[in-house]
Unconditional design. Structure first.
Length: 68
């Protein structure tokens, strides 16, 4: 495994673990927000999914820009 591949794998693992922890807590967060507004709870869920894809999309763009 080359250093570039290893660094990419480590970064992806850190991102996945971070989102995994947040996904584990997401139901509790949604119930708390849902007590205020059900629409807001839906927006929180949509933002979570969008953020997951946005992070990997931005990482891919960054790697492409730097020629990796």
């Amino acid at each position: 495994m080359t250093p570039e591949n290893r660094n990419s794998a480590i970064a992806a693992a850190v991102i996945l673990v971070g989102f995994g922890i947040l996904a584990f807590c997401l139901p509790t967060i949604m119930v708390a927000v849902g007590n205020v507004s059900t629409v807001a709870a839906g927006i929180v869920a949509v933002l979570f999914v969008a953020a997951f894809f946005l992070v990997f999309w931005l990482r891919g763009r960054s790697q492409r820009k730097h020629g990796k």
